[in-house]
Design a protein around this ligand. Structure first.
Ligand code: AMP
Length: 281
């Protein structure tokens, strides 16, 4: 018999609900069994209340029952960590990796500019990600101030200990890294997605990544100034492979569980990454 699971979504804002212009504070996604439901709800409420971006006065938690048969099962992306603390160099790494996925340099610059200056109107941050056409550089999200919010993803409970152990070896076993890898793995698995670029808008978390199905999840330790609230996510899509509406619908609605772990590699210098992984002379 197929079991039933719960998809939980949490979003918190300050100064009213998101749809009334409140500032986005925190959001999270879980897919859990009925035994895990109450502890997961408690964790999510605590998380909303204890976020460094501020105290929310709006917390929305929604639950949907999903059948296991409707869940897409995927593997997590291979994880690489580039050893470098220089922001400008890390931006260049992102340029190089995105270039290799076929995205034009001018389109990459558009994305870097948005992430560095705020994605929504008046330089405000978004709750979701920006979606960019790799050919024209145009944004494709139906709501430009909200962006596209990827929902319905988690790790299968049986792989969580192994994931924690692998990330622990390299000192990167934190909620930010685990959740970002989960999201990036789901995003990369969607047909039509070419790559993703992200760094957090949390002021104390300066790490970001660039990810693509063909390359993996490439962690970049320092992508912005410490203390900055500028950050966000960009999904690059090729509308020649899949229509934007279809890609966005899958990102937003398809429940997805990671039930297999990709490798987590030891930190590597950019030069060695180019030689050993990208195999460029
Ligand atoms: P975080 O890594 O959680 O600090 O998020 C950084 C930025 O990524 C946020 O400001 C949003 O713009 C975007 N983001 C966060 N969660 C999601 C999500 N589930 N789907 C799409 N974009 C997201």
């Amino acid at each position: 018999m197929q079991s039933v699971l719960y998809s939980i979504k949490m979003r918190a804002a300050q100064g009213g609900a998101h749809e009334q212009g409140g500032k986005h504070i925190s959001g999270a996604e879980r897919i859990v069994s009925s035994q895990e439901l109450f502890p997961a709800l408690e964790q999510l409420v605590q998380r909303a209340q204890q976020h460094e971006r501020g105290n929310p006065d709006f917390i929305n938690i929604s639950l949907a029952l999903i059948s296991e048969r409707d869940i897409k099962k995927i593997s997590s992306l291979p994880v690489y960590s580039i050893m470098n603390r220089e922001k400008a160099k890390n931006h260049n790494v992102a340029r190089e990796v995105l270039g290799r996925t076929g995205i034009k340099p001018e389109v990459v610059e558009v994305a870097l500019h948005y992430l560095s200056h705020g994605l929504a109107e008046e330089g405000r941050n978004m709750r979701g990600a920006m979606v960019i056409d790799i050919n024209s550089g145009q944004r494709l999200e139906p709501d430009l101030s909200r962006g596209v919010r990827v929902t319905g993803m988690d790790y299968a409970p049986e792989i969580k200990p192994a994931l924690a152990e692998q990330l622990d070896q390299f000192g990167i076993n934190n909620a930010h890294a685990r959740e970002a890898l989960c999201l990036a793995s789901k995003v990369a698995s969607v047909e039509g997605i070419v790559a993703e670029l992200c760094w957090s808008d949390d002021p104390s978390y300066t790490t970001g990544y660039v990810a693509a199905a063909q390359m993996g999840y490439i962690r970049l330790e320092h992508m912005k100034q410490l203390g900055s609230e500028q950050g966000g996510r960009v999904f690059f899509i090729d509308p020649g492979i899949a229509r934007a509406e279809k890609v966005i619908a899958e990102l937003e609605n398809q429940p997805c569980l990671i039930n297999r772990l990709g490798p987590v590699y030891p930190p590597i210098s950019w030069d060695d990454f180019i030689r050993q992984v990208l195999r460029k002379e």
